[in-house]
Design a binder for this molecule. Structure first.
Ligand code: UD1
Ligand code: UDP
Length: 359
């Protein structure tokens, strides 16, 4: 049996790392196809180096571009690789353009597609991710749902039960596998002169937030309010899209410490020791829930409702006062929730299921 793992962006590298490790451990015949959607050192290579992942056998180097252009380039780049390699199954993870194009290329060649993190829905079609995940789920052969909630959503859309496997989310594996190593290294906090539980951590990069001036401005003003009122450092490792759009809109910020995106171990340290995290990232909503750190989500909806149900997360949108109110409310909550995303063995489970079906 031969497996092809397609990935292309920061969260896919992180969330596929447990699947890659499971393939290595089981001595499977597999290879990595990197689309090159992310290519900056801090968004790509740093994760391969730090997580000690094997090199991709192919890199399509598609780079950035408009949705159609980027998705099309990936589709036409993946096809000849799959024709040459003829894997028994292709695995994709998440909801990016890489995921949709990779799944589409494979299914058109009648190669089985396994979608890791299937069944997430925000029900907001303004998000490119929502379109990508719906279409990917509906052309996949094995749907690896992280939770029962995701499974129920898939069943509700008419996907047969036999195709759905509740495995947990591989982000739990990634956190468990790396947190111990991260704990022993105190450098990220020291480098930034931070004290545990005495700073706020921020990430925001979503197209519908940072590409819309009013929304991005609202987020920045909200962060300034948090910085002023609490008198604590606000650290924002800024995604290249957000950096580009801040410059484009000429937005200025006081009291927010912008830094380059950081490596995974440093980010885990910063996240696990933060007083509270403000984010619009999907992965960060999950990680804070797993780490027991309160999260305020700078969006109007989430495809991670489990975080709201257990109480680790609150949706506040992008208005400054709502952001500040959300931070105050979340800090009053007890953070003794249970992690709803699984036991940290999702990667192993996924590889075993593919092996049972195709082996
Ligand atoms: C993509 C995903 C998003 C995911 C995010 C993870 C889609 C539609 N979006 O968004 O779901 O949450 O990755 O981080 O697939 N850039 C760089 N260096 C890079 C990559 C990007 O400078 O390595 C800059 C470029 O200016 C580019 C912009 O960031 O135009 C956006 O990159 P793109 O891959 O189109 O989308 P992301 O916002 O990264
Ligand atoms: N992350 C990181 N360094 C950073 C910011 C985030 O390693 O400076 C990690 C974070 O721990 C999480 C993932 O990147 O696992 C989330 O990726 P991102 O927010 O880009 O994408 P999303 O999850 O929203 O698709």
């Amino acid at each position: 049996m031969k497996i092809c793992i397609i990935l292309g962006t920061r969260p896919e590298i992180i969330k596929m790392s447990p699947v890659i490790r499971a393939c290595e451990k089981q001595g499977l015949d597999y290879f990595i196809l990197h689309t090159g959607q992310h290519y900056s050192y801090t968004m790509d290579r740093v994760f391969f180096e730090q997580l000690e992942l094997p090199e991709a056998k192919y890199n399509l180097d598609v780079g950035s571009g408009k949705h159609g252009e980027q998705t099309g380039k990936i589709l036409s780049g993946v096809e000849p690789v799959l024709q040459k390699e003829r894997p028994d199954a292709v695995l994709v993870e998440g909801d990016t353009n890489t995921v949709l194009a990779g799944a589409l290329a494979a299914t058109k060649l009648h190669i089985d597609v396994g979608h890791v993190e299937a069944g997430l829905r925000s029900y907001d079609r303004r998000m490119p991710e929502e379109i990508n995940r719906v279409l990917t789920d509906h052309c996949s052969d094995y749907l690896f749902a992280p939770t029962e909630t995701a499974r129920r959503i898939l069943l509700g859309e008419g996907i047969p039960d036999t195709k759905i496997f509740v495995t947990g989310n591989t982000i739990v594996d990634a956190v468990f596998q790396n947190l111990e190593i991260a704990k022993d290294r105190n450098n990220a906090l020291n480098d930034l002169h931070l004290e545990p539980k005495n700073y706020f951590l921020v990430t925001a990069h979503r197209q519908e937030n940072v590409d819309v001036k009013e929304r991005f401005k609202g987020i920045i003003s909200g962060l300034e309010l948090v910085s002023d009122e609490f008198g604590l450092p606000v650290i924002y490792p800024i995604h290249p899209r957000a950096r580009k759009m801040m410059n484009h809109f000429g937005l200025k910020a006081n009291g927010i410490e912008f830094i380059e995106p950081v490596d995974y171990l440093s980010f885990l340290q910063l996240e696990s020791k933060a007083k509270l995290v403000l984010t619009d990232s999907g992965g960060v909503q999950e990680e804070t829930c797993i780490l027991g750190v309160p999260c305020v989500t700078l969006r109007d909806n989430t495809e991670r409702p489990e975080t709201l149900e257990v109480g680790s997360n609150m949706l506040v949108g992008t208005e400054p006062e709502k952001i500040f109110e959300g931070v105050k409310l979340m800090l009053e909550r007890e953070n003794n929730w249970e992690n709803p995303f699984g036991d940290g063995k999702a990667g192993k489970r996924i590889v075993e299921i593919v092996g049972e079906i195709r082996g």
